[in-house]
Design a protein around this ligand. Structure first.
Ligand SMILES: CC(C)(COP(=O)(O)OP(=O)(O)OC[C@H]1O[C@@H](n2cnc3c(N)ncnc32)[C@H](O)[C@@H]1OP(=O)(O)O)[C@@H](O)C(=O)NCCC(=O)NCCS
Length: 191
């Protein structure tokens, strides 16, 4: 047995925002996670398995997310409604590099267009900049994902480029809109 498997897996901290709660994913989130990931927009713009199943959600909950926290490659949180603690979606930091990471978010259809994406991303940006000391955050949206682009711009991200075939979605090349946000600009906006 590898030595690391004896170590406790770090889990997501609970972070209360004004209108959203970021917390660890739980087993009772699985039905909502499946619904969110089977949604047409998620299937088109997020690299989730096609026809997402309960088994896919359990693999995400029990392996992908804890493995990311353990090996430091991703920090994924549940986005929950503070009143009922029900799952609205997920938000995370991915592809950690020296002083940067990518922000990723996927909200269920009922949670969209109500400012929840803005609120959840503001919390995770604060966690990344003030909690982890990251100096720049990146945002990758598949070309054509206008809601994602609007959200990134609202958060203060600057558009850099459209990168042809930069990503792969289920084996197919996808063009990517790349944006970034400097920690200094996050602090300046908060001051
Ligand atoms: C992209 C996503 C996270 C946006 O979250 P949201 O909670 O709907 O966003 P908000 O309500 O906080 O609004 C942010 C901005 O997006 C705009 N917006 C929201 N829904 C939109 C839509 N369907 N079409 C165009 N713009 C939209 C808002 O008007 C706002 O723009 P503004 O600053 O000009 O007013 C959400 O739609 C989602 O999870 N989509 C499916 C998965 C996905 O695409 N994830 C991103 C992958 S990069």
């Amino acid at each position: 047995m590898p030595e690391s498997s004896a170590l406790p897996t770090p889990v997501a901290p609970l972070i209360e925002g004004a209108t959203v709660r970021l917390r660890p994913l739980r087993e009772d989130d699985v039905p909502a996670l499946v619904r969110n990931c089977r949604d047409e927009q998620a299937q088109r713009f997020v690299p989730v398995p096609l026809d997402y199943t309960t088994d896919d959600a359990l693999t995400f909950l029990n392996h992908t997310v804890p493995d990311g926290w353990r090996d430091g490659t991703s920090h994924v949180f549940a986005v929950a409604d503070p009143a009922g603690d029900t799952l609205l979606g997920t938000v995370g930091l991915h592809a950690f590099r020296a002083t940067t990471a990518d922000v990723g978010i996927n909200l269920g259809p009922a949670a969209r267009g109500r400012g929840i994406g803005t609120a959840a991303c503001r919390v995770i940006i604060d966690y990344a900049v003030e909690g982890l000391g990251l100096r720049r955050l990146y945002w990758q949206a598949y070309a054509g994902n206008e809601p994602s682009l609007a959200l990134a711009r609202r958060l203060g991200f600057t558009f850099h480029a459209e990168l042809p075939a930069f990503a792969s979605l289920r084996g197919e090349p996808v063009d990517v809109w790349l944006l970034s946000l400097a920690a200094a600009d996050v602090r300046a906006a908060g001051a």
